[in-house]
Design a protein around this ligand. Structure first.
Ligand SMILES: [Ca+2]
Ligand SMILES: [Ca+2]
Ligand SMILES: [Ca+2]
Length: 269
């Protein structure tokens, strides 16, 4: 089912390890995802030392045992002004669910002594887009309720709260950042259509006379937004079908063959 498990003790010399996971679909096409495992340094709290942050779509699969503890406040550790800050979570966009999909269980140490109740506030909770994330009041299970769209919103800032049900205790609020992992779900779009260029019939081979450009709304930090250009068809295909050449990276179009003749072919598409 694609679950990645740790087989033996691992030393993260550089603080993280990166490896690739390959998957083949029914048509035999290979898909590869890069997985980065890092140890999350969380003060000296032993509970938090155990939390592994898997920066990959694996967040999508079974995370039933992933528990996020409110850090212990008794040791006088550093904290942000508003409360605790934990490393961001990643959730893949366009998940097919089923929804609600559990992300993590939020838990307070105090729950061993008193029944605690949990709530979340912030973007996607009580702020727009409201209800995207919910938390079960008593279990602390945090859910995402619908597919996310990175191009619409790439990051959510939630704040988790824990208070006693019958006793007057409360944890410092804990900030949870949910980053939406990109999928290649946007095509490149030309910035204009048509592009118009002019070239002299006397132009030499290699003369670049115009550039076309396109944009891609996917994450620019990934290959998903990389654009390559090519000429699909030339009309008319005279005097030969390869009169022009496009630079696949820059979109620059240049003369590829002699034989341009304004009287015979005044326009190419
Ligand atoms: Ca999208
Ligand atoms: Ca794309
Ligand atoms: Ca995308």
């Amino acid at each position: 089912d694609g679950t990645v498990t740790l087989k033996r003790q691992v030393t993260l010399h550089e603080g993280h390890k990166v490896f690739s996971v390959h998957a083949w679909d029914s048509s035999g096409k290979k898909h590869t995802v890069s997985v980065r495992v890092e140890r999350v340094h969380h003060h000296e709290d032993h509970h938090m030392d155990m939390v592994m942050n898997i920066s990959s779509p694996q967040m999508e699969s079974h995370s039933d045992d992933l528990i996020l503890m409110f850090p212990k406040s008794s040791t006088g550790l550093k904290r942000a002004k508003r409360g605790w800050v934990i490393p961001p979570f990643r959730v893949l966009e366009n998940s097919r669910g089923p929804f609600p999909m559990k992300l993590v269980q939020i838990k307070s140490d105090i729950s061993s002594e008193a029944q605690m109740q949990y709530s979340i506030t912030g973007e996607g909770a009580d702020l727009d887009p409201k209800g995207t994330f919910t938390i079960e009041r008593l279990s602390g299970n945090l859910f995402v309720t619908r597919p996310l769209d990175r191009e619409r919103k790439a990051s959510y800032r939630l704040v988790a709260h824990a208070t006693g049900v019958d006793v007057d205790v409360a944890e410092k609020p804990m900030e949870i950042i949910v980053n939406v992992l990109d999928q290649n779900d946007d095509y490149p779009v030309f910035t204009q259509n048509p592009f118009n260029g002019n070239v002299s019939e006397a132009a030499e081979i290699g003369h670049e006379f115009m550039t076309v450009t396109a944009t891609d709304a996917d994450d620019p930090d990934t290959d998903n937004a990389v654009i390559r250009y090519s000429i699909v068809k030339q009309d008319p295909e005279l005097p030969n079908p390869n009169m022009f050449e496009i630079n696949s990276v820059t979109g620059g179009i240049r003369v590829n063959s002699l034989g341009l003749d304004k009287e015979k072919w005044s326009k190419y598409t």
